[in-house]
Design a protein around this ligand. Structure first.
Ligand SMILES: [Mg+2]
Length: 221
């Protein structure tokens, strides 16, 4: 049996690494607030947070944090992300990480690479790409929490997309993508199950093909 090798492009922040929780923890620590991730219902989380007790905008503060040398290095992995990411690689897929580098924090590139090395020591950094426009990439599936990334990817003519469920991406269903083209995944288990079933289906297809090939050979005369 042969397994189909797919190129699966995985976003880093909020698919592999918990970015939002670190920002909220700091914000709450400074301001005595209790913001939780489920309240972040828009992509620009600074609009949810507003201004701090000193009247400073969340946007300015977050930009400062992101510019810190080590901000991205010690993010916690998303639930089951280490397991799930490794499962996709074990299935033999060409798994690529594509992450956007914030304009305000160009050296976060280094921190994000270090994060990958720490959690996936045997992952080839040849498969690590810094890119803001995910539609420029080539592959079979994009897994991302950003509606705009999924849109850019699908508008570029790609077919497979997975929106990684988050409070800030609930709007994508209002857009034009069918659930087949763009499916919502709620966990790494969803992702692993999908690609596992795809493999079973593909092997069934392969079996059928071999059977009909044998049938043709047997009946050639
Ligand atoms: Mg992301």
């Amino acid at each position: 049996m042969r397994d189909m090798k797919l190129r699966i492009i995985v976003d880093q922040d909020e698919v592999l690494a918990q970015f939002v929780n670190k920002v909220l923890k700091r914000w709450n620590g400074i301001n005595g607030t209790n913001f939780v991730r489920s309240q972040v219902n828009m992509w620009r989380m600074e609009h949810v947070l507003g201004v701090d007790t000193m009247g400073r905008s969340a946007e300015g503060l977050i930009d400062e944090w992101l510019a810190e040398d080590k901000f991205f290095e010690d993010l916690e992995p998303m639930e089951d992300a280490v397991w799930g990411f490794n499962e996709l690689r074990k299935m033999g897929h060409d798994v690529v990480v594509a992450t956007s580098i914030p304009e305000v924090a160009v050296h976060s590139y280094t921190g994000k690479r270090r994060w990958m090395r720490k959690h996936f020591p045997d992952f080839s950094m040849k498969n690590f790409i810094a890119v803001s426009r995910k539609g420029l990439l080539k592959g079979n599936y994009l897994i991302d929490d950003g509606s705009h990334n999924i849109t850019d990817w699908l508008e570029a003519g790609h077919i497979g997309a997975m929106i990684f469920d988050a409070p800030w991406n609930q709007d994508i269903e209002n857009k034009k993508w069918s659930p087949i083209t763009c499916q919502r995944v709620r966990s790494w288990t969803d992702i692993v199950n999908f690609f596992g079933e795809l493999r079973v289906e593909q092997n069934r297809g392969w079996d059928r093909m071999m059977k009909s090939a044998n049938f043709l050979i047997d009946h050639r005369g």
